[in-house]
Design a binder for this molecule. Structure first.
Ligand code: ZN
Length: 136
């Protein structure tokens, strides 16, 4: 079994936004040369999330709006006494920051509408994404 990894870096431009990094992740999977195995995508951050869903602009706005309904920017958060970004930590904790997908016959096994979406909740800033691939 082989392993391969790469770290992607990208910038977010807004305080809250969704960035579609599907092309970059799929390019990394191809670059790995591994035809059958597992791809792990890990966003090493506590105030952003990585989800798989449709990259359509209306849905991305729906996601941001619903997250704001569920965890408003302003609330009675203890963490805001030191850092003023509790809402971003909470959303990241609930949604998660890593995903594992199979690679089968050279293709990342994902649904047609499963794009790799980074949900930025504490931008703008530079974010990293670690891609780790193992297999044959
Ligand atoms: Zn914080």
């Amino acid at each position: 079994m082989r392993t391969w990894s790469k770290e992607l870096s990208f910038s977010t431009r807004k305080h809250r936004e969704i960035v579609d990094i599907t092309d970059e992740v799929l390019a990394a999977a191809r670059e790995s040369g591994i035809k059958n195995g597992l791809l792990i995508a890990q966003l090493p951050h506590a105030t952003a999330s990585l989800v798989l869903n449709e990259g359509e602009s209306g849905l991305k706005q729906d996601l941001l709006d619903k997250l704001e309904d569920l965890v408003p920017l302003r609330g009675d958060y203890k963490h805001d006494r030191i850092d003023d970004n509790a809402h971003a930590h909470l959303k990241s904790a609930f949604l998660g920051s890593s995903r594992v997908l199979p690679i089968v016959d050279g293709r990342v096994a994902r649904g047609t509408w499963q794009n790799f979406l980074v949900i930025e909740e504490d931008g703008p800033r530079t974010r990293r994404l670690v891609i780790f691939v193992m297999g044959e």
